[in-house]
Each structure stands twice: as C-alpha cells, then as structure tokens.
Design a protein around this ligand. Structure first.
Ligand code: GLY
Length: 264
C-alpha cells in the first residue's frame, strides 16, 4: 500500500456558523452554512465509502476557518507534526487539533519557533518526498523546522514556491497516484514537478487542481467537466463533490481533511 494515496483514517471538522467571517482573498459572497454542511456531509460519506474511519470533530465557532483542518497538521505514517498557521486568526486551530492526533499517534511533535509559520495546505506529500511551497502563510523558518522534525522519520523536504497570489501550494496541485500530479499550468510551468507525470487542469478550470486521491477515489470539486473527463480518461475513479461555499473562502477538497494511516 502506498502511504501517499492509501489511508485508514481521516479527520474532518464540521463548519461553524462563524464561517461567514472566514478569510478570503476576494469577496464573492457570503457562504451558506446549510449548503456547506450538505457538501461536507457528502464529502465525509465519500471518504467513508472507501472503508476509512472518519473522525468528525464538532464545529469550533471561535475559529471561522476551522473547517479547513488540513492546515493544522502534517500527518505521516510515523507521526504527526502540529503546524503554526501563518494567518493570525487561525493560529489557535492547531492546538485544538493536537489532542485528537495524540489519541491516534504515538508520536506528535510541533512547529514551535515564534518566527516559524507553516500551513498544511502548502505541503504535498508524495511517495518519494515532501514538497513545501513557500507562500504568504508558510515561511523559510517553518520549512526549516519541519525539515528537521521529519528527518528522523526518513522523510526529505524540498522547498518549492506557491505561485504569487495563490493561497496555498496545494490550491494549485494534487497527487493522483504515486507518480502523477494534477496541476495548474502556472504551477507546473515552474518545473517543480520534474520527474513526475503531470496532468494539467483545463484552461479556465484552475480551481479543479485542489482534489484529493483517497484510496480508490479522486474527489474533485463539482463544476469542472473538462478536468473531470481528463482525470477519468487517465484511468481514475472520480467523484464530484459540491464545493461552491468553501470556494468562497478559497477552500477545496484537500483543505477539508487530514488523511493518514498511523503506524502501529
Ligand atoms: N479561508 C481559508 C484560509 O484563508 O485559510
């Protein structure tokens, strides 16, 4: 089993009423909580359909963006690393996640430097390396700390760059299988995926780049038919999930879960 695409567990968190105050680069309207919850329910049901255990945490109204749990931790087979989100309103979310990971993992460590910032959305774990995109939320000190923390577990980190104006590295890319990455052209053109097979999202469908491969399924945001068809034509089983409300907050498929297989 490949640890970068096969998982026994996921953690999600229900969206809170305060989601209307969530961070966004551009205001495209107020997210509808009921519709977001319906999309979230479909997302969780799809993860469970693959046989995984999904821990659904209760909503945290004190943190409007807390539905986007991916930013709080990096989960590897050997242990979990608690992040230090670069958005001040999100910093406290990481401590809220820590006890849930300690319940499942023998080893939980954390980014602690006061000048270190790193969010899970900037981290793409492949079978051979961990790519971390420097961004407005993730800095060199955060990447250096992560590199030192995961080295004893046998993981190497490669620093790359999130395109300017893009929230997170994984806003623009996803792992489809151990050798295949779905990417926007603006990101793949940087050359950071040399050595991988790259499928570019269709022009005008850049928001489709944030998908997840979870066991036998690829979860893709609804509304990107040309990219859906390209992924299906490459042999993947695709599920479309409504994402209109999370998209108003720059959120996508990966942001909504932590996915992992803790090593016994
Ligand atoms: N709204 C998600 C984020 O900005 O972190």
């Amino acid at each position: 089993m490949s640890s970068s695409i096969h998982f026994t567990h996921a953690i999600t968190r229900r969206p809170a009423p305060s989601i209307t105050a969530g961070l966004r680069a551009v205001d495209t309207g107020t997210p509808d909580l009921a519709l977001m919850q319906a999309h979230h329910d479909a997302y969780v049901a799809t993860l469970r359909e693959t046989g995984a255990t999904v821990v659904e945490l209760s909503a945290l109204d004190a943190y409007p963006d807390s539905v986007f749990v991916e930013d709080t931790a990096l989960c590897l087979p050997e242990g979990a690393v608690i992040m230090r989100p670069g958005a001040p309103s999100r910093l406290g979310e990481a401590a809220e996640m820590a006890p849930h990971l300690r319940a499942l993992y023998g080893q939980v460590v954390g980014i602690t430097g006061q000048e270190s910032f790193i969010e899970g959305g900037d981290i793409l774990v492949t079978e051979r390396e961990i790519l971390v995109g420097r961004s407005a939320r993730t800095n060199a000190a955060g990447i250096a700390e992560l590199t030192a923390l995961v080295a004893p577990w046998g993981h190497t980190v490669r620093e790359v760059h999130t395109p300017p104006g893009v929230l997170h590295f994984k806003t623009d890319c996803s792992l489809l299988d151990v050798d295949t990455i779905l990417s926007t052209k603006r990101l793949s053109a940087s050359g950071c995926f040399a050595g991988y097979t790259v499928i570019d999202v269709a022009d005008g469908e850049e928001a489709a780049a944030n998908t997840i491969r979870f066991n036998d399924l690829v979860l893709l945001p609804e509304g990107f038919p040309r990219t859906r068809d390209a992924i299906a034509a490459a042999g993947f089983s695709v599920r479309e999930i409504g994402n209109s409300e999370c998209a108003k907050l720059d959120g996508g498929m990966s942001c909504l879960s932590l996915r992992f297989t803790p090593r016994a």
